[in-house]
Every structure is written in structure tokens, then in C-alpha cells.
Design a protein around this ligand. Structure first.
Ligand SMILES: C[S@@+](CC[C@H](N)C(=O)[O-])C[C@H]1O[C@@H](n2cnc3c(N)ncnc32)[C@H](O)[C@@H]1O
Length: 310
């Protein structure tokens, strides 16, 4: 078996009296070729390495330093089974069970959407706005919490924040609760299962400083064209947003009026082609001012914000 302590990965597998030894680098190259030929990813080498590092529970740097060491038979079998899952289109994060978001590591599985890097734009904006308000306590509602990545990141980055996180999916909330416990923020993040704000305590009406949401916003026409790995493995309820993708946004703008304080912030992630329509919806909802569209790092429209009028 492998000896990580000494930095050596030496092992062998025995079959019918023949000893087979698998070098780390050869296993990576083999997996890289399989992934590339199957056309499941544009980053086959990186994914081959990430999945092997995960199998061996070593860092990426340590894996690279160990190219000429050997895999054990069990490690090799486990690696091949992970590669087989990837070849069937399963996203890497569901195979490793982890995803980085805002510099924090979240436990991820098929109960919830995999956090996307563009959603960091939404979280960064909320953090910046809350910090600049100099409020000591902030009450935040996260609609469509999923894995809990937004709510928990906000709790970690804003020590004065109390967060009410809602999702219609019981499965998603069970995963989010686990993530909150692992990040030790369960005392400041309350979870609810239900449609939008329907299950929040009535006492919260008119008392919320921020409503943040990354709702499902893929249009009915876009959905069939999504990568098969997304369609087949990620929950449909986390993705589909109706004919123009803005069904939930329309409903959120109506509910936000009831829950936000005067001057409070609404910040919602949108699809890159939805800014014009989203602005129209927010204007029509009345009660909102200071409307803005924020771009993500790729320069695409990504977040719409507004403040509740006095
Ligand atoms: C795009 S995912 C976002 C998940 C997570 N916040 C993130 O950013 O990775 C949208 C989430 O909204 C939830 N959702 C869909 N319809 C909902 C509704 N009517 N009320 C509450 N949550 C809803 C889905 O279950 C899903 O977890």
C-alpha cells in the first residue's frame, strides 16, 4: 500500500501470479485520454489529476510531486471507478463530493445544484453593501438556498448577520444544514423548506435588510441545450425558470416588498441575456429604486439589484 508519510506511493497488484504496478503518471495519462476521447470535458488532464488527488486524499501539488510513484490496487480500482462516473457525464464535484465557493469548501451531492463561480459576484456585492452600511446586525433572507453556499458564505463573511435560508427542496435543505454545521454557523443560519417566503415567520415582514437569491433562471428553450451532465445530474427544480427564465424573479420582486425594510437591498442573480427584462420587471413592481445591473468577471450581466423605496 501507499506510504504517504514518506512521500512514496509504492504498491503492486497481483493477478494470476503476475505483479502489475501502476505509476501515478501513467494512470493520469490513461484517464486523460479516455476523458478526451469521450468528449465529456475540455479539461481532461486537469480533471484526471483532480480525481486522482481526491482518490488518494492528497493535495494537487503532492500528486504532481508523486508522478513516478506507484498506485496500490485499491487506489487504482477506486480511481477507475471515479473516471467511469465522469465518463458517464457526472460532474466532478458530485464525484469528489466537494466544491470551493468564496474560498470555502462545501459538501456537494445530487441533492443540490453545484455552486457556480459566477454566483460569487452576487455574494461579493452583498458583502460589500452590508459592510459599507456599518450596521451591527443585519437580517438576510436567501431564497433558493440549495447547498447553502450563499447563506453560509454570508454568515462566515459577515459576523453580524443572521440569515434565514429557504428552499422548496427538502433534499437541498438537508445538505445545506450539513454544510452550516460543518462551517459552525448553524446558530446564525435558520433553514426553512417551502415556496419562497411562505414558511418564514410573520414577524420577519418589514424587518429584512437584504434579500439575496440565485433562483432557477434557465429558459424553457435553453434547458434542452444544456450540457448533458447538467441536465442528467443536477436537480431540474434548481435550473428551470419558465418561458423567459424569470418566473421566480417576478414572484421574488412581489414577495420582497413585503419583507424588506425601507431602503433595504434586493440582489438577485440573472442570466446573461435577462438584464433588460429583469429591469422592466423591477420597475413595474414599483417600490424599488437605485436599480443596477452588475457584471460578472467574464463581463456578462449577472446580478440585478434594487433598494426598497422609503
Ligand atoms: C440556481 S439554484 C441555487 C442554489 C444555491 N443558492 C446556489 O447558488 O448554488 C436555485 C434553488 O432554488 C430552489 N427553488 C426553486 N423554486 C423555488 C421556490 N419556489 N421556492 C424556494 N426555492 C426554490 C431550488 O430548489 C434550488 O435549490
Amino acid at each position: 500500500m501507499m506510504n504517504y508519510e514518506s512521500g512514496m506511493m509504492k504498491s503492486s497488484g497481483t493477478s494470476a501470479g503476475v505483479t502489475t504496478r501502476w505509476r501515478v503518471i501513467d494512470s493520469i495519462v490513461e484517464a486523460e485520454v479516455l476523458l478526451r476521447n469521450a468528449g465529456v470535458t475540455d479539461t481532461s488532464r486537469l480533471e484526471a489529476e483532480v480525481l486522482l488527488a481526491d482518490t488518494l486524499a492528497v493535495s494537487h501539488a503532492k500528486l504532481i510531486a508523486s508522478y513516478t510513484d506507484y498506485l496500490g490496487a485499491e487506489e487504482r480500482a477506486e480511481y477507475l471507478s471515479r473516471i467511469a462516473r465522469r465518463l458517464r457525464g457526472e460532474p466532478v464535484a458530485y464525484i469528489t463530493g466537494r466544491k470551493e465557493f468564496m474560498g470555502f469548501t462545501f459538501r456537494i451531492d445530487r441533492r443540490a445544484l453545484i455552486p457556480r463561480p459566477e454566483t460569487e459576484t452576487l455574494v461579493e456585492h452583498v458583502v460589500e453593501q452590508v459592510r459599507s452600511s456599518e450596521r451591527r446586525t443585519t437580517y438576510i433572507v436567501d431564497i433558493g438556498a440549495g447547498s447553502g453556499c450563499i447563506a453560509i458564505s454570508l454568515a462566515l463573511l459577515l459576523p453580524g448577520a443572521t440569515i434565514h435560508a429557504v428552499d422548496i427542496s427538502e433534499n437541498a435543505i438537508s445538505l445545506a444544514r450539513l454544510n452550516a454545521a460543518e462551517h459552525r454557523v448553524s446558530e446564525r443560519v435558520a433553514f426553512y423548506i417551502g415556496d419562497l417566503c411562505s414558511c418564514l415567520p410573520d414577524a420577519l415582514r418589514g424587518s429584512i435588510d437584504v434579500i439575496v437569491s440565485n433562483p432557477p433562471y434557465v429558459t424553457d428553450a435553453e434547458y434542452p441545450a444544456l450540457e448533458s451532465g447538467v441536465r442528467e445530474f443536477e436537480p431540474m427544480v434548481a435550473l428551470k425558470g419558465g418561458a423567459d427564465g424569470l418566473d421566480l424573479f417576478r414572484r421574488i420582486t412581489a414577495v420582497a416588498r413585503e419583507y424588506l425594510k425601507a431602503g433595504a437591498l434586493l440582489a438577485v442573480e440573472i442570466g446573461e441575456n435577462q438584464a433588460d427584462e429583469a429591469l422592466k420587471i423591477l420597475r413595474r413592481a414599483e417600490h424599488f429604486t437605485e436599480m443596477r445591473i452588475i457584471h460578472d468577471l467574464a463581463g456578462r450581466h449577472r446580478v440585478i439589484t434594487g433598494r426598497k423605496t422609503e
